[in-house]
Design a protein around this ligand. Structure first.
Ligand code: G6P
Length: 610
């Protein structure tokens, strides 16, 4: 989704801004722009629809210069994908603004600003920020003061950076609902919506809090809270890898990230599970005392992270003996729900910034959950900072919009949580050993599974001309079928639906014909025989099946069924193992279809607006 980069320096900041935008490209966007201020007060703006490279070419042609600058990648919400709607937006050729989020009362603001004589050049909500600040410059002592007054009139979410042509020495930034991070340099300072953008220039960051407004010059940073009081915020040294943005020899980030899974799962387990003993504090300080009181778990998340929650419910109830509900965050946040006493609210998020998930966490705090835990991949993100407890997945930066390694590390975290909660709910030694041993074997099993890639590449050919597909699974493989269907639709644009295979007779059987491939995940578990009956139901109706089956499950390929053997694995890690071939299938189908694998159309990596 939208990305922000800004800089106040002595040197020309064009390359820093462009590199920052390139590092945010993975989030998804449809246009990009830069505004630059020179010390003599010259303000210039360049915007382009399409890729950041088009903007870079335009800036190179114009030999653009500026020591203070703001830049943006826009993912259209209000107003189509046009140059006029791309950020930065101006007011009176004096104020320049970039903005992430949505100003919900923009219509009312627009009407009143128009009545005051302001002319709108775009259809965006963002332009109301520029004109409001400009209007309030009259009667304010500084840009800072005008912004502090302006934010009081905005409803909705914003992370915004504002420059004033008449004072090129600073930018003023404000955060409410959309993240902003200040990067500290030597004699220069930076701002971005994501630390990834600034890693080439600094590793020292201040994460702004909700309601913060800050004035940033080359040498000073002054932060004020929502009441206007000066505040100090902690400086954090980032340990995110600098080169996470490289494809490492792979054709796409997504393929690289699929292949990284054995390593990142190993990293996620490292020093956390020793034999069958969990290390202390892996969910945060005091977690054990909280877990001892927990009787119910409510999970909320979006997209792929929601599927991780759906899978975890099977484990938490089966092994830890804790009741568990799972809900999509955008539903949970707008529903009046009943809170079960002694409930733990768990959010799951790769980015830690998903607007609906964050809103669900904030709601849970108001309505009486005992405590909150987030399973998250980004240290310092809003969910991590606002939750009581946090388990950090160690997936490293995930760049492909379609989530892969974040998902399998989330599931790994959930198996550790199953052990942790199970300790307080009489988990049997047998179950404890089963989970621990399965986890210890997981990285090697994932490596083995990736070795079947070639078969899947061939298989993908058969999907390229299909418009619809059906994914089937049972038990804890049902959410894996859902995740497989999500991956296929996200990156190959083939309509894909997932069903619990026991539901076949209740509707989807009507869809079966030889134009509708049916993908089945079939580990060798207690539901295998039931699943085989479902497979026969599809076969009897002329369906064409692709069965990802345990090598011991005794499926045979024939005219109507293609069997892809998955290395034998037992117990709770099977859903994690079966995820990989489905990711690879989507990837190779997308490759044949020639889609933009890493940045699929209309989608964003981090959905910071609802
Ligand atoms: C977007 C991404 C998905 C992701 C979802 C939730 O839709 O494209 O890949 O699963 O957001 O994101 P989160 O960062 O909260 O896991």
């Amino acid at each position: 989704m939208c990305g922000i980069v800004g800089a106040v320096a002595e040197r020309n900041v064009v390359e820093i801004l462009l590199e920052g935008l390139k590092r945010l490209e993975y989030r998804g966007y449809d246009s990009a722009g830069v505004a630059l201020l020179q010390p003599n007060g010259t303000l210039t703006r360049t915007r382009r629809t399409g890729k950041v490279q088009a903007l870079a070419d335009a800036l190179a042609d114009s030999e653009a210069l500026g020591s203070t600058g703001i830049a943006h990648t826009r993912w259209a919400t209000h107003g189509g994908v046009t140059e006029a709607n791309a950020h930065p937006h101006y007011s009176s050729e004096r104020i320049a603004v970039v903005h992430n989020g949505i100003i919900e009362n923009y219509q009312a603001l627009r009407e009143s600003l128009s009545a005051d004589g302001y002319h709108f050049e775009s259809d965006t909500d963002t332009e109301t920020i520029a004109h409001t600040v400009h209007k309030l410059m009259d009667g304010s002592e500084s840009l800072l003061q005008a912004v502090q007054k302006a934010v009081k009139t905005f409803h909705g979410a914003y992370g915004t950076v504002i420059m004033d042509k008449q004072d090129p020495s600073k930018v003023v930034v404000a955060r409410s609902g959309s993240p902003l991070v200040i990067g500290l340099g030597l004699g220069e300072n930076f701002i971005a919506s994501d630390q990834m953008a600034l890693l080439p220039v600094t590793r020292r960051f201040i994460f702004l809090e909700e309601g913060d407004v800050a004035e940033i010059t080359r040498r000073t940073i002054a932060i004020y809270d929502k009441d206007g009081n000066p505040v100090e915020r902690e400086i954090i040294e980032s340990n995110v890898e600098h080169d996470a943005g490289d494809k490492g020899g792979y054709r796409h980030y997504m393929l690289k990230e699929i292949h990284e899974q054995p390593t990142v799962v190993r990293n996620t387990l490292q020093n956390r599970l020793v034999g069958n003993t969990l290390s202390a504090d892996i969910f945060g300080k005091g977690a054990d005392d909280i877990f001892a009181t927990i009787k119910h778990v409510q999970i909320v998340a979006c997209g792929t992270s929601y599927h991780a929650g759906m899978t975890a419910r099977y484990w938490l109830e089966q092994y830890a003996g804790v009741t568990c509900n799972v809900e999509i965050a955008s539903e949970f946040r707008y529903r009046k729900s009943v809170v079960t006493p002694n409930s733990l609210l768990i959010t799951i998020s790769q980015s830690g910034e998903t607007a609906d998930t964050l809103a669900a966490l904030r709601l849970a705090k108001e309505i009486g959950y005992t405590a909150s835990l987030t399973i998250c991949n980004v240290p310092g993100s809003s969910l991590v900072r606002e939750s009581d407890l946090a388990f950090m997945t160690r997936a490293g930066a995930e760049i492909g919009v379609a989530s892969t390694k974040a998902f399998t590390t989330q599931l790994t975290g959930f198996l550790l949580l199953t052990l942790a909660l199970g300790q307080h709910h009489n988990m049997s030694d047998a179950d404890k050993n089963t989970i621990s041993e399965a986890l210890q074997s997981l990285p090697a099993k994932l490596e083995e599974t990736l070795a079947i890639t070639q078969g899947i590449e061939d298989l993908a050919e058969e999907f390229a001309d299909k418009n619809h597909s059906l994914f089937l699974g049972r038990g804890d493989q049902y959410p894996i079928a859902m995740e497989g269907a999500l991956k296929l639709k996200e990156i190959s644009y083939i309509h894909a639906e997932a069903y619990a295979s026991g539901e076949l007779k209740h509707g989807p059987l009507a869809l079966i014909d030889d134009e509708m491939p049916v993908i089945v995940v079939a580990p060798n578990n207690e539901l295998l025989e039931k699943l085989k009956s479902n497979v026969e139901e599809v076969r009897a109706r002329g369906g064409i099946m692709y069965v990802f089956a345990d090598s011991d499950a005794q499926f045979e390929s024939d005219d109507t069924m293609r069997v892809i053997n998955v290395p034998h694995c037992e117990g709770p890690i099977a859903p994690i193992v079966y995820t990989l071939p489905l990711q690879l299938l989507s990837y190779y189908v997308a490759l044949i279809k020639g889609t933009d694998v890493d940045q699929p159309r209309n989608l964003a990596k981090s959905v910071t607006v609802e």
